[in-house]
Ligand binder design. Structure first.
Ligand SMILES: Cc1cc2nc3c(=O)[nH]c(=O)nc-3n(C[C@H](O)[C@H](O)[C@H](O)COP(=O)(O)O)c2cc1C
Length: 518
């Protein structure tokens, strides 16, 4: 029998106004991916890190949310995109691709990476990433200007580095994928990334080799969704399926008592809409939550794993039959679970049937948080997050469990890149102009740029904005190439200060006024 816990309660206001720890407690780290999409109106590629989750494994559906308004529009218009999955060794590239560059400048080029031609869809993937998921759009949900637009894609083809197929799953989990874990990283003032420890429950084979050495070997395998049941196809699909956060959803059943079902997948995050959960259409949990408009997410921890597993096969979902004790909520009637340390109280924001699929998307609004007192007082995020269970599939599609390694949660200190004054050049997605202005000023004041170079760069950027799209192809190509080279050099010079000299030399090759005047 599991033990119950003493709790502290935070309401919706506390969750947004109290120290960040409170809001951070109510999320589960999620996979960071690099979706690549082509703007149909200009033909330009866009790629940036986003946090993604799994909505369905068969068919394989992934979900992510986009906040910058121009990228939202692109995803609403297109039918296809590619989701490249980076490794923990590509942290610097992920950061450079998060930079808010002027529209039309490719983040793939800024990162110094190359495009990987796709087989089933038009946009390319990224050659340097070991997994590229070719996707057809299933649904976009535009939730209003202030909220993210949700994108669901069906994976129609998987391009995977064969090196991954040769690793055991524990090694692959340690290498892949990156997780967006903590919102405010002390060095970057923004996202901190993490990886799974590869410590896996349920008799996973011991580590056969060092994941760094096993690495990736550059040979690629492509498998379309039609081949996914073949041995080769199933291995490729298995390797590319993200670890899925697992939790219990409690609700009032049709019989008038409390029930709980385990769910793997979706996104439980900090930014609105914070809760994105797949529910089987027509299931009891779907019908009851639809009728009542509220539910609670209870997150179990590592010590309760044996218990959690039993829930997947339990003949009843009544809390009482499951040996679970209902913990009263502070803001809604539905209780959480007294034995689990974190209970997130939610009201339904939207429950939308996904056409042609067997699941619906449940969006929840967090209205309260009940946390185990001891966890709240003694536990930091690294420790708590390292306790959260993630379902992963091992060979034969057997479900097993992976955890975050507390040592790897903030993977490594990063130099800020972008201005420290506004929290990074890419601090706001729509504000690249302001952000870039801060960044340039800071460089100027730190003597990394001379004044004439500063003006030259500013002029190029404004040329690009005012004439870029109208200029004839030759001129447009040249402008674009110059800005791309310059931004690429500057972004990487932040990691290697010796490189600033090269930038001065490069800039000196161009006359101050430029060819086009202003
Ligand atoms: C690890 C990580 C995860 C991120 N997750 C998201 C996300 O889920 N949604 C989002 O809109 N931005 C996310 N961002 C921020 C975007 O990458 C960033 O704002 C980028 O400039 C957006 O580019 P875009 O304007 O081309 O869309 C994330 C950044 C990092 C580093």
């Amino acid at each position: 029998m599991l033990e119950t816990r003493e709790r502290v309660f935070f309401d919706e206001v506390d969750m947004t106004t109290k120290q960040e720890t409170v809001a951070e407690l109510s999320k589960m780290p999620r996979t960071a991916v690099l979706p690549v999409v082509r703007d149909p109106s200009t033909g330009y590629l866009n790629a940036a890190p986003y946090s993604a989750g799994v909505m369905s494994v068969e068919p394989y559906h992934i979900i992510f949310g986009v906040k910058s308004w121009d990228t939202k529009l692109v995803f609403q218009e297109v039918e296809e995109f590619v989701v490249a999955v980076p490794t923990r060794n590509q942290l610097d590239h992920i950061w450079t691709m998060a930079c808010a560059v002027p529209h039309g400048i490719s983040e793939i080029e800024i990162a110094g990476w190359t495009e990987l031609p796709s087989r089933m869809v038009q946009p390319p993937g990224i050659s340097e990433c070991p997994i590229n998921l070719e996707c057809r759009k299933v649904r976009t949900l535009a939730l209003g200007r202030a909220l993210r637009t949700i994108v669901i894609g069906e994976v129609v083809g998987v391009d995977v580095d064969r090196g991954l197929l040769r690793m055991d799953r524990a090694d692959a989990c340690r290498l892949l994928p990156m997780h967006e874990a903590i919102q405010k990283h002390p060095y970057t003032n923004t996202y901190a990334l993490s990886v799974l420890s590869g410590e896996v429950r349920n008799g996973w084979a011991p580590r056969s080799s060092d994941p760094e050495e096993a690495g990736t070997d550059g040979e690629r395998l492509f498998v379309s969704h039609r081949e996914r049941k073949s041995p080769k196809g199933s291995a490729a699909y298995l390797c590319s399926t993200f670890p899925m956060p697992t939790y219990i959803v409690t609700f009032l059943g049709q019989d008038g008592v409390w029930h709980g079902v385990p769910i793997s997948g979706g996104l439980i995050m900090h930014t609105k809409p914070a809760v994105q959960i797949p529910l089987l259409k027509g299931s009891a949990v779907y019908e009851c939550i639809k009728a009542r408009g509220e539910f609670v997410i209870s997150i179990p921890v590592r010590a309760e794993l044996g218990y959690l597993e039993q829930l997947f096969d339990a003949p009843s979902t009544r809390l009482e039959d499951l040996g679970l004790v209902a913990a009263p909520s502070g803001s809604i009637k539905t209780p959480g679970i007294a034995q689990f340390p974190v209970n997130i109280e939610c009201t339904v924001y939207l429950l939308e049937d996904i056409p042609g699929q067997n699941y619906a998307l449940l969006l929840g609004k967090k209205v309260g948080l009940n946390v185990d007192q001891a966890t709240f007082q003694n536990c930091d995020h690294e420790t708590l997050y390292s306790q959260y269970p993630y379902a992963v599939y091992d060979w034969g599609w057997v479900r097993k469990w992976a955890f975050h390694d507390p040592q790897l949660l903030p993977v490594k200190p990063l130099p800020t890149w972008g201005s420290r004054y506004n929290g990074g050049w890419w601090g706001g997605p729509e504000q690249w102009q302001t952000g870039m202005q801060f960044w340039l000023l800071e460089l100027l004041m730190s003597n990394y740029l001379h004044e004439d170079e500063y003006h030259k760069i500013k002029r190029w950027v404004s040329w690009w904005r005012s004439e870029g799209y109208w200029a004839p192809e030759g001129l447009r190509g040249e402008l674009r190439e110059r800005l791309t080279s310059l931004l690429r050099m500057m972004v990487w010079a932040h990691r290697d200060f010796e490189k600033w000299q090269e930038i001065h030399q490069w800039l000196a090759r161009f006359p101050y006024e430029g060819r086009w005047g202003c």
